[in-house]
Design a protein around this ligand. Structure first.
Ligand code: LR7
Ligand code: MN
Length: 574
């Protein structure tokens, strides 16, 4: 079962981990098609799909093994539209099975050449960029657990075909104990034609992080480049990355991660102008946000590398010796998650630099759910995050623990990791926040925090499950569960009732959740700890729970009305 819950697995405090990464501003998702008008390739949806054999049968006659001619499905990164209704019952079954097994449209991928071409509308300025000669070579390490055949092969081919031979030391495929048939002998047989590709197998399911460490242990390139197993590298992807590392081996670099649509496999090239950087929130989730003003000012061109507080995790290059010096990853991290923040914090706190390089592009299939098994009985992600917090967050770890209701559980032994931090003489987490990520809202700066309980009869708590892809949603009431999660709020000095980058907002209709804009207005509330009143400044109305506890109302303030009285779990006297 998938353990993506915060807290002790209560469904009400579940958070969603997936999101489209193209985000402009905090919590303001920008869909790829809004970023730029599409150079219309509509009108192709009625083409009947070319049928291929089941994807684990290697059949060199299948069109997907040939270099596509320009009108083959998906060429130039175009969308493949399969009309499911027109498929035979047998094909339909295959189609559904593809989604079930992978959480993306495997059926569509199986129609696309594993050598397909990608869009050519790349940033003009990148075309004329010059990189140093004698760049260091790299090992490309791809870990996978049950990756679809055509998708895995397309990942590998995009690396082999679009990395200059002199820069590609090897490709290391680490099979994290897959059980799908095609990942065994068929994969070995197929890859045996490429002297640079090595397939490494884990003897048991280790999870992504230990699989990556195993890959690193045998790698010979002077740089390590990690990719997920469902990527497509664009022409010219590696040079801009290696160039930065050659200038300074303590610079760790990420490409721009373009979205490959999980349904149509359309490749959405994201122009340099829209480059985002990584952040995180206090549930220790990675997120994207716009380049902050202070960096924007210093940039001459949109294609200049930009500092990023964190990395998404999957796609980056690092000097091999530097990775070792930093103590690689915490080998106590299981299955998935947390390692991206561990490495990010470590890079900055221990003297390195983390950058996103706008002229390097790699596509990644973003999924809405995790298709494979995690572990049963443990909240893996939480355990990884607690280890991370214990070692790197100093006193700030409490803010994460509040979010999981202090149920930190058994996180194992972290003494070696603490020793590592000591030996490297890394800076404090406070230094990191002050200097690298000053944009982050720190709960300590808040006046009140925790659950917000109504004192009327049957008093409920303010509750919202906030997914970043949703632009707006209404604030609701729910029986208080005392788990933090979706009922955790902070009252900022500016009168915002917020969780991370989301604020309670009233514009005259329903009480909503919006991205915080920092301009007070509809997001300014005055809380009176004595009376429990939550007054909305602009409208002069008070937040009220309806008598039946079903909904939130905004009414004329009435100090005798219990239903207008609220209690934050924690209040800090000035
Ligand atoms: O047990 C496992 N063993 C594995 O080898 C579980 C997963 N894996 C492999 C898997 O096959 C895949 O290649 O690990 C890779 C990552 O897993 P995904 O693709 O299911 O998850 P993801 O894309 O959401 O993963 C993101 O977060 C992870 C946290 O541990 C890693 O850092 C991934 O590398 C990261 N992916 C990216 O950064 C791509 C951009 C996503 C964003 C934002
Ligand atoms: Mn992935």
């Amino acid at each position: 079962e998938n353990n993506l819950n915060v807290g002790n697995g209560d469904a009400d405090v579940a958070i969603k981990k997936k999101e489209i990464p193209i985000v402009q501003g905090f919590g303001e998702p920008l869909k790829p098609e809004e970023a730029e008008p599409k150079d219309g390739h509509a009108g192709e949806k009625d083409k009947p799909p070319v049928l291929v054999k089941p994807s684990f049968v290697f059949d060199s006659d299948s069109p997907i093994y040939k270099k596509g001619d320009s009108n083959q499905e998906g060429e130039a990164g175009k969308a493949v539209k399969v009309d499911k209704d027109k498929l035979s019952p047998e094909e339909k079954k295959k189609y559904d099975q593809g989604f079930t097994n992978n959480a993306f449209n495997q059926y569509a991928s199986d129609l696309i050449s594993i050598h397909r071409s990608l869009p050519s509308n790349v940033d003009e300025e990148c075309k004329s960029e010059k990189y140093q000669s004698d760049l260091p070579d790299t090992s490309v390490i791809v870990c996978f657990h049950n990756e679809a055949w055509s998708v895995l092969l397309r990942t590998v081919h995009s690396v082999i075909e679009r990395t200059p031979d002199s820069l590609l030391k090897e490709v290391i495929l680490v099979d994290d104990f897959s059980d799908m048939e095609h990942t065994k002998k068929p994969l070995d047989d197929y890859m045996s034609q490429f002297p640079k590709v090595r397939v490494l197998r884990m003897e048991k399911r280790e999870g992504l992080i230990r699989a990556r460490l195993r890959g690193a242990a045998i790698a010979k390139g002077s740089v390590l480049t990690y990719l997920d197993s469902h990527c497509e590298c664009m022409e010219g992807w590696i040079e801009p990355l290696l160039d930065r590392i050659k200038r300074d081996p303590t610079t760790v670099v990420c490409p721009v991660i373009d979205v490959i649509d999980d349904n149509t496999f359309e490749y959405h090239y994201s122009k340099a102008y829209f480059t985002n950087v990584g952040g995180f929130d206090w549930s220790l989730q990675f997120n994207w946000h716009a380049i902050p003003e202070r960096d924007r000012k210093n940039r001459k061109r949109a294609i200049d590398p930009v500092r990023s507080p964190t990395m998404a995790g999957g796609l980056f290059s690092i000097d091999r010796a530097y990775f070792e010096k930093l103590g690689t990853y915490d080998p106590g991290f299981d299955i998935w998650g947390g390692e991206n923040l561990e490495l990010s914090f470590k890079i900055w706190m221990c003297g390195g630099t983390l950058e996103i390089v706008p002229c390097s592009h790699v596509g990644h299939i973003f999924r809405k759910r995790s298709p494979y098994k995690w572990r049963t009985g443990v909240n893996v992600l939480k355990k990884n995050s607690v280890r991370l917090a214990e070692v790197w967050l100093d006193e700030y770890k409490e803010y994460y623990y509040e979010r999981i209701n202090n149920q930190i559980g058994d996180f194992g032994d972290v003494s070696l990791r603490k020793k590592l931090r000591e030996n490297l003489q890394c800076k404090s987490f406070k230094w990191y926040l002050d200097n690298i990520f000053p944009e982050l809202f720190v709960p300590g700066e808040s006046i009140a925090k925790g659950e917000v309980r109504n004192l009327g009869q049957g008093g409920k708590c303010l509750d919202a499950q906030i997914q970043r892809r949703q632009k707006t949603k209404s604030l609701s009431l729910y029986p208080c569960h005392g788990q933090g999660g979706n009922q955790y709020w902070m009252l900022s000095k500016d009168g915002e009732i917020r969780r991370d980058e989301s604020c309670v907002d009233y514009a005259g209709q329903d009480v909503m959740i919006f991205g915080c804009h920092g301009m007070k207005g509809n997001q300014e509330w005055k809380y009176d700890h004595q009376t429990g009143r939550l007054l909305h400044s602009v409208t002069n109305k008070c937040l009220e729970m309806s008598k039946d506890g079903a909904k939130l109302l905004m009414h004329v303030c009435d100090s005798s009305n219990k239903y207008q009285q609220w209690r934050f779990k924690e209040y800090n006297e000035e």
